[in-house]
Design a protein around this ligand. Sequence first.
Ligand SMILES: CNC(=O)c1cccc(C)c1Nc1nc(N2CCN(c3ccccc3Cl)CC2)nc(N2CSC[C@H]2C(=O)NC)n1
Ligand code: NI
Length: 183
Amino acid sequence: MITMKDIIREGDPILREVASEVDLPPSEENKETLEEMLQYLKNSQDEQICDRYNLRPGVGLAAPQIGLSKRMLAVHFTDFNEKLYSYGLFNPRIVSHSVEKAYLTSGEGCLSVDREVPGYVPRYARVTIKATDLEGNEVKLRLRDFAAIVFQHEIDHLNGVMFYDHIDPDNPFKEPENAKPLD
Ligand SMILES: CNC(=O)c1cccc(C)c1Nc1nc(N2CCN(c3ccccc3Cl)CC2)nc(N2CSC[C@H]2C(=O)NC)n1
Ligand code: NI
């Protein structure tokens, strides 16, 4: 079971590496790891389990955050329209995106960052992702708003990018150009 002791914190160089593609079809080992990452997210959103194991709640987790420089990520959340997103993905990539940007007006948090880093994180408002899922199927996901934000945050981890790299250091709460606020 993944707990907070398994989560790599900022400062560890692995979080700044470009992670390697995984071989397909995914090995049993990589499938088990990705299942564990998904289970972490579910556990972290269950009050009893979260309290018992002192987990930080999250809706996304990328393999570099547990010390594996592999292009694997898990997400588990329901969006504003009550649509459930629960995926373990191998080799996810953004194949197209909107010009329009979006940002969480509350800023972003990260399981690998044990501090608040205030500021708007401008991201694409809509993205199309292609990847291979836990069953080994090629999936194509058209995402918008919160779902688009989460997937971009996690794909950033596969490219060594942290959310605060996107925050304007001169004015963290400046309205990003051509961007819609997400409350
Ligand atoms: C600094 N201000 C803030 O963090 C912030 C502050 C307010 C609102 C938002 C919306 C903020 N922003 C933000 N809130 C989240 N959560 C909201 C609470 N939730 C959760 C909490 C408890 C139980 C179940 C759940 Cl579901 C867990 C997820 N998650 C992310 N991110 C950035 S994209 C990846 C994702 C992630 O999983 N991070 C660990 N950002
Ligand atoms: Ni993160």
